[in-house]
Write a protein that binds this ligand. Structure first.
Ligand SMILES: [Zn+2]
Length: 183
């Protein structure tokens, strides 16, 4: 299932796919205090303008990021942050998702899109059955119940900095990972 509104996103999520914030208000405040997000975007649920420390917390590679951080230039295409909380574990994959590596034999599972269920993926090579989130998707897919989406970011164009991930871990007592999704 793909519920992204952007055709290229960086998505940060808890390593534990079951974890989600009990109180979305509390995590919103912590992200705001960290300077990742600013105010709510009018008429868009759980969408926020980027905050004052955005460019320190999300490092862009290359000399000058060609990215609109405000809607002034193009109201439909600018970088913003969306928080997503789901009842069930949601899979984010795309046509560009890499063949994931089996947690047991480390071989790529090329038939993942055909074989994967909501909770299991059997390895063609060694036969081991594992939850899909235990595979190594090489930052091209993610699973969980809570996501912090940064829109308009192409793969490897920008990287969440250790200060952001460590801050999230310290505050919420769970490890964090990230991946890129694009259509
Ligand atoms: Zn295997």
């Amino acid at each position: 299932m793909n519920v992204s509104t952007s055709n290229a996103s960086l998505i940060i999520h808890p390593e534990d796919p079951e974890w989600f914030p009990d109180d979305i208000e509390e995590i919103t405040v912590s992200l705001s205090n960290a300077g990742l997000i600013a105010g709510n975007i009018p008429d868009r649920d759980q969408c926020y303008f980027v905050g004052d420390n955005f460019l320190e917390l999300i490092a862009f590679l290359g000399c000058s990021p060609n990215i609109n951080l405000t809607p002034q230039d193009n109201p439909d295409k600018f970088c913003f942050i969306r928080l997503m909380r789901n009842q069930e574990i949601t899979a984010f994959t795309s046509q560009h998702t890499h063949a994931p590596l089996c947690p047991h034999c480390k071989k790529p599972e090329k038939n993942w899109s055909r074989k994967m269920t909501d909770t299991e993926l059997a390895c063609t090579c060694c036969g081991a059955i594992s939850p899909p989130w235990n595979y190594n998707w090489r930052k091209s897919a993610g699973f969980g119940r809570f996501f912090i989406e940064v829109t308009e970011i192409y793969p490897k164009e920008a990287i969440p900095q250790p200060t952001l991930l460590a801050g999230l871990q310290q505050y919420h007592n769970t490890g964090w990972a990230y991946f890129y999704l694009y259509e």
